[in-house]
Design a protein around this ligand. Structure first.
Ligand code: NAD
Length: 302
């Protein structure tokens, strides 16, 4: 069977100095991509900076005969991060938005800084890097973008209100980029991974951190970045060798006949929330069409 390869492709992996990002960078380089290893090199809470994390991964890639260059900017400086790819390799094809930090606190204890920093790194950082990358992806006639969400965003998680909000924001961003990029062969997908790393070592027991290696996640991300993968706008939950795709499910809902009173809503609540009958809407057109057809029926009925 033919190998999935990335020869001639240039990949930018943010936060690639450790954890998941390092695994993505190593795998893509091993399969022929030239890789920009971005990492600010700060703490898991987003304090300080250092070039050593990115340098170590670049050295590891080069020692195996791969092509890589380091970048030490914060993802908040997206232009500088992307410029490193252009200066070193002259093009850009793949952007993996992975850099991340945590500032876990219960909701009422979240400071302005805890909220803002999480949003700046995860949501704004992914925006800044991707916006800077976009014209280069268009020039390449090919683009694959990954956004890194989290189960905490999809389902919520105690003590992670700031992180959950930013992570699900990335899904919204990805959904629209998938639509705007499709005609340029730029696809954007979102992952919600689980892996042992310094972000999870404070919550998972040591054995679990060791067992849930990032190498379970990296091949999925690499496949999503290959031109043979046709998925665009997808959301994938994965870890421990298990990979799954998620979608929205919507109840068929209820039409409120007659006047729109609180009591009528109460009386129909069972039907409104009944998932025994459901749809899987996939676009804003489908969403709007449902509303418009009910408006039409209401007009005809009146
Ligand atoms: P990690 O701490 O090992 O890796 C994150 C990297 O991002 C670090 O090397 C860090 O230095 C870098 N970074 C932080 N802020 C940066 C900035 N402003 N600019 C550039 N680099 C920066 O943790 P990880 O678990 O590998 O996390 C990778 C991504 O996956 C994160 O976005 C995280 O939120 C997400 N995630 C991880 C898990 C998990 O189970 N590990 C679960 C859900 C989501």
């Amino acid at each position: 069977m033919s190998q999935v390869r990335f020869d001639g492709r240039v990949a930018l992996v943010t936060g690639a100095g450790g954890g998941l990002g390092r695994a993505y960078a190593l795998l893509l380089a091993e399969r022929g991509a030239a890789v920009v290893v971005n990492d600010l090199g700060g703490t898991a809470r987003g304090e300080g900076q250092s070039s050593s994390a990115a340098d170590a991964v670049v050295a590891e890639i080069k020692a195996k005969g791969g092509k890589a260059v380091a970048n030490y900017n914060s993802v908040e400086d997206g232009e500088k991060v992307v410029q490193t790819a252009i200066d070193a390799f002259g093009r850009l094809d793949i952007v993996i938005n992975n850099a991340g930090i945590l500032r876990d606190k219960t909701f009422t204890r979240i400071s302005d800084q805890d909220w803002d920093l999480i949003h700046r790194v995860h949501l704004r950082g992914s925006f800044m890097v991707t916006r800077a990358a976009w014209p280069h992806l268009r020039k390449s006639g090919f683009g694959r973008i990954i956004m890194t969400a989290s189960a905490a965003g999809i389902y919520g998680n105690f003590g992670q209100a700031n992180y959950s909000a930013a992570k699900l924001g990335l899904l919204g961003l990805s959904n629209t980029l998938a639509i705007e990029g499709a005609k340029y062969n730029i696809y954007c997908n979102t992952i919600a991974p689980v892996a042992g790393s310094r972000l999870t070592e404070t919550v998972f027991p040591e054995e679990l951190v060791k067992a849930l290696t990032p190498e379970f996640v990296a091949p999925v991300v690499a496949y999503l970045c290959h031109d043979s993968c046709v998925d665009n706008g997808g959301l994938f939950e994965l870890g421990a060798g298990w990979v799954s795709k998620l979608r929205w499910q919507r109840t068929r809902g209820a039409v409120i006949e007659g006047s729109m009173t609180i009591e009528n809503i109460r009386d129909k609540w069972g039907q409104i929330t009944d998932f025994n009958q459901f749809d899987y809407p996939t676009s804003i057109t489908e969403s709007m069409n449902t509303i418009m057809s009910h408006l039409e029926k209401r007009k005809l009925g009146s």
